[in-house]
Design a protein around this ligand. Sequence first.
Ligand SMILES: NC(=O)c1ccc[n+]([C@@H]2O[C@H](COP(=O)([O-])OP(=O)(O)OC[C@H]3O[C@@H](n4cnc5c(N)ncnc54)[C@H](O)[C@@H]3O)[C@@H](O)[C@H]2O)c1
Length: 352
Amino acid sequence: MSKILKVAIIGVGGISNTHIPGWNASGNAEIVAGCDIREDVLNNWGKEHKVTKLTTDPSELFSDPDIDIIDVCTPNMFHAPLSIGGLEGGKHVICEKPLAPTPEDVKNMIAARDQSGKLLMTAQHFRFQANSKAMKSEIDKGILGDIYHARSWMLRRWGAPTGTGFILKKNSGGGPCIDIGVHILDLTLWLMGNPPPIAVSGVSRAEIAHQKGAFTGGGKNEIPSEYDVEDFASAFIRFETGATLVIEISWLLHHRTTGEDMQMWLYGTKAGCHWPKCEFLWSNFEEKEYNEKTLTDFPEDLEEAHAQECIEFAQAIIDGAPSPVPPEQSLQVMQILDGIYRSQDAGREIRI
Ligand SMILES: NC(=O)c1ccc[n+]([C@@H]2O[C@H](COP(=O)([O-])OP(=O)(O)OC[C@H]3O[C@@H](n4cnc5c(N)ncnc54)[C@H](O)[C@@H]3O)[C@@H](O)[C@H]2O)c1
């Protein structure tokens, strides 16, 4: 029987609840410890999940020889120090998105990963949906030809969070770019085959959040006055391959959507495709036909994607396989998002 990997979760708030079913369903892992700065929350969490190793000091987990995996689920600004602490303690680390709020932090995490020889993975759960995997395997067969352009967007009409972990730049590193742009951008780059980005022309602005009485969410909660991040961004990105991408990201936009409008088109020399519909379009020039197909023949999701990413991370460790979401790919994502902010400040295209 293979080893059961012992998992410690740091930051037992909202998103950690989506990881727990994955660790529980994985035959390769079990949760043995939890850490949070809020002791009362931590104690309740420990009772609920029958976890007794509880601490407010993460360094106790880094030096604990009975822990194999650190699962970082704290606000963004703690991702780098906690992940680096875990790697330096000889642990494998899975860390929530964004891997870190700046490219420099991500580079430091990669250096710590290299020193440790352990796996570091970003929790980009959209990659773990069955439809994403089916499209990735079809695209990797070369069906699109050369992908020369992509369009993607992740837009909410009323989905700005109000927590200080998200709306204060010092905690989050940015607004919707960092919070949700990271999802659609990671997925787009992954499906494109992660071409290296070379230049970004972008804008990031807060147009709605600061209006008098601006509200968000189903509860029409007032946007806190200390909100200091963007509410909208758009960008044009050039890649080393010559490919280009146009992306739009917002938490608050006068856009028709009930929850979240997250979509992507990839355009290649032989075909185009749409995520999440799994539609592929192409033309037969000899027969003068427009053709299309929709992928349907793939297995259903066995687990919810946040759970599936934990299962696949544990499996990669057991198999000695590479990280299912390599931090080098997250570095590209953060270089582009950071490039949007730098381009906004400079008022022109910037090189990466
Ligand atoms: N993948 C997704 O779809 C998704 C969705 C939501 C949030 N997230 C990410 O998850 C992370 C956490 O978001 P959340 O919604 O769970 O926030 P949350 O506020 O609900 O939970 C964060 C927890 O971390 C604790 N914490 C804060 N600083 C800490 C520290 N230094 N050490 C230990 N514990 C600390 C807080 O007390 C809290 O319990 C963020 O990085 C966010 O971007 C990802």
